[in-house]
Ligand binder design. Structure first.
Ligand code: ATP
Length: 432
């Protein structure tokens, strides 16, 4: 079949029945091995494959051409696993896998294992099974942020540095990481699956003190949820690191997330976030603690740490949040200058303010992050945050890491560190 390029589409006439085939550029996944792969429509997507004469490659469509499989999905080089986080978002993962991904991988000869999550622990168990002796591995993850968080935080400590490549396809309800990488739709992510660039994830982390606890939210198996000792692959001896892709927070943000996930609030359905926000804003109390941070080192060295350390005199806080991405949800630009994947870490802090004032500032975040220009808001890039939490009440000692709630002991210090090259020896790469 002879194809022409007309109005941002590849148009051809079927030799058999003379019908016209039009493939808009924005539906083309790739042209390779004499085939053009495209997605039929974004509403009920399925994979279309048409024979394509590669001599027809004009400059306009050359960009879709891949002469070889990228190494990160080449089965001769790497083991490939597709995980569908079954309960993520609107549960579209299964359909995307069946209609697009599976046929695409089959056509391209990409042998892979498919895991559909059967429980809350499927992803963690998979990550724990990735021992360093297994060789290169690529994980295509149909999920939201929580599943990616679970995957990287369940990797076991390894003494030799190993690479793990992840290809997230956003099917969750939030998808903050992929949204901030401008790959907010499954289609955009599948597009970059074949033609992406591999970059280090550079996840940042919080180090929680010994004897911290974690709030385990209600689930089908345990409808009341519980509070358990925080355990990580770091063991129980020193501080426990939790790696983050999205947010580490204390004060009102953590309280809001924590309340809305509690059994009492869950009974309120979708209104629970609104009600949790209202209750926390109306309370008007401060979260007390000594806060200091290390401003970024231009040279990347440690020697002038003391001159880079900034200590706040004010020990009353209402909002303390660190992130490496700009938007926690579409439009909500909490850290407008954040540069995802660079390891850079941004701090957003507000002193004790009235609920209405906090609300006003947070609403400004929807105006392209205008809150950071307000005098009450401390917004700065940091290398490290240190907070000594001086609160009697347990609910005031709650921290949030990508939606997980950690309770720290009274008087203990929590540290949040800028992004690092590896997660317990695993160099996590992301193809985008
Ligand atoms: N079959 C299952 N039963 C119980 N929990 C599951 C099951 N499958 C997946 N999960 C859990 O559900 C959660 C899904 O989180 P995920 O991030 O993928 O989607 P989301 O929460 O909708 O999106 P986001 O985190 O971006 O808001 C994860 O904690 C995952 O382990």
């Amino acid at each position: 079949m002879k194809f022409d390029v007309i109005d941002q589409a590849i148009v051809g006439v079927n030799d058999d029945d003379k019908s016209t085939i039009s493939i808009p550029f924005d539906r083309i996944l790739a042209i390779t091995q004499g085939l053009v792969f495209s997605v039929s429509s974004e509403d009920t997507p399925s994979l279309d494959v048409h024979l394509f004469n590669e001599s027809n490659l004009t400059a306009e469509i050359q960009k879709f051409n891949i002469s070889d499989l990228p190494y990160y999905i080449d089965p001769r080089i790497t083991e490939v696993t597709v995980i569908n986080s079954k309960t993520a978002g609107k549960r579209s993962g299964e359909q995307i896998y069946a209609n697009i991904l599976r046929p695409l991988l089959k056509e391209l000869g990409i042998v892979h294992k498919y895991i559909s999550t059967e429980s809350k622990s499927t992803i963690s168990a998979f990550a724990e099974s990735l021992t360093p002796d297994r060789g290169p591995h690529t994980v295509i993850l149909l999920s939201g942020d929580t599943s990616i968080h679970e995957l990287i935080n369940s990797l076991q400590l390894t003494s030799e540095t190993r690479d793990l490549i992840i290809l997230p396809i956003p099917t969750g309800s939030g998808n903050a990481l992929m949204t901030s990488l401008s790959l907010a739709t499954p289609f955009a992510a599948i597009f970059s699956l074949l033609r992406g660039t591999v970059r280090p994830l550079n996840a940042f982390y919080a180090a929680f003190p010994k004897n911290s606890k974690e709030v385990i939210p209600p689930s089908d198996e345990d409808p009341d949820g519980k509070i358990a000792t925080l355990t990580t692959p770091d063991g129980n001896t020193g501080s426990q690191r939790i790696f983050s892709l999205v947010v580490v927070s204390w004060a009102i943000h953590a309280a809001l997330v924590g309340d809305s996930d509690s059994p009492e609030y869950r009974k309120l359905g979708n209104d629970r976030f609104k009600i949790a926000a209202k209750v926390n804003l109306e309370r008007g109390t401060a979260w007390h603690g000594k806060l200091s941070y290390l401003s970024p080192s231009k040279e990347g060295g440690e020697c002038e740490r003391s001159t880079r350390r900034v200590e706040l005199d004010d020990v009353e806080h209402s909002y303390v949040l660190t992130t490496s991405i700009s938007s926690l949800e579409p439009g909500f630009k909490i850290a407008p200058t954040a540069k995802p994947l660079t390891g850079n870490l941004e701090l957003v802090r507000m002193p004790l303010l009235k609920g209405d004032d906090i609300m006003r500032l947070l609403m400004l975040a929807y105006q392209n992050g205008a809150h950071v220009k307000e005098p009450e808001v401390l917004y700065t890039e940091i290398d490290c945050l240190y907070v000594r939490v001086d609160e009697e009440e347990e609910r005031m000692r709650r921290w949030c890491v990508d939606g997980r709630i950690i309770i720290v002991p009274q008087g203990s210090v929590v540290e949040v560190h800028r992004g690092v090259a590896d997660v317990r020896g695993w160099r996590i790469m992301i193809a985008i």
